[in-house]
Design a protein around this ligand. Sequence first.
Ligand code: CA
Length: 230
Amino acid sequence: MKEKILIIEDEKDIVKMLDYNLKKEGFRTLSVDDGGDALDLVNRERPELIILDLMLPGMDGLEVCKALKKEGKTASIPIIMLTAKSQEADKVVGLELGADDYVTKPFSPRELIARIKAVLRRVQEKDKLPEAAKIGELSIDFSRIAVTVKNKVVELTAKEFELLKALIRAKGRVLSRDYLLDNIWGFDHAEEIQTRTVDVHIRTLRKKLKSEARRIITVKNYGYRLDYEV
Ligand code: CA
């Protein structure tokens, strides 16, 4: 099944043109013309990529981009912005907010599709996990789900292993508690008690990693990251 692409744009002709051309390429499409509605739709539909026009009624494109990149559940969905020539500054802000690419209007569908494919390729490449990793004295074999510290086997629970895997995959980037909850536990987490679940598992994971426990770094009031320095 081909990727699902969400078009956030209020100009009907552009939506129609994109919808037609993306479907012709085999993509599944969805569209919405309002920034506020777009956020709900993204949470419900989890598209693989978002085409976001910066000029939207109500909540503008930059606000939508900011909201999506802030939320653990949606932060990893790539965004391609549609900008007008007069929006040079906004384009830069959008990229700083975490948008992946942009296309300036007027554009050809071929150009946009090439950008979409390139962004999707990049994301999929990034998600690929190596067979194994060695960080200092810590070794992980992803296919065998085996972890050793100083050549001694460390018995981890499934959740602890998933946590460690997520941290390794992030390559030193900070992962928020929300992100970890969504991706490892997969539940909505309105209550504080659930956020603490992550902390509890990090604590047991650290205990088991012994001398390599120091690699898991707490980022206060936010989450965790892995230290790659030997
Ligand atoms: Ca527009």
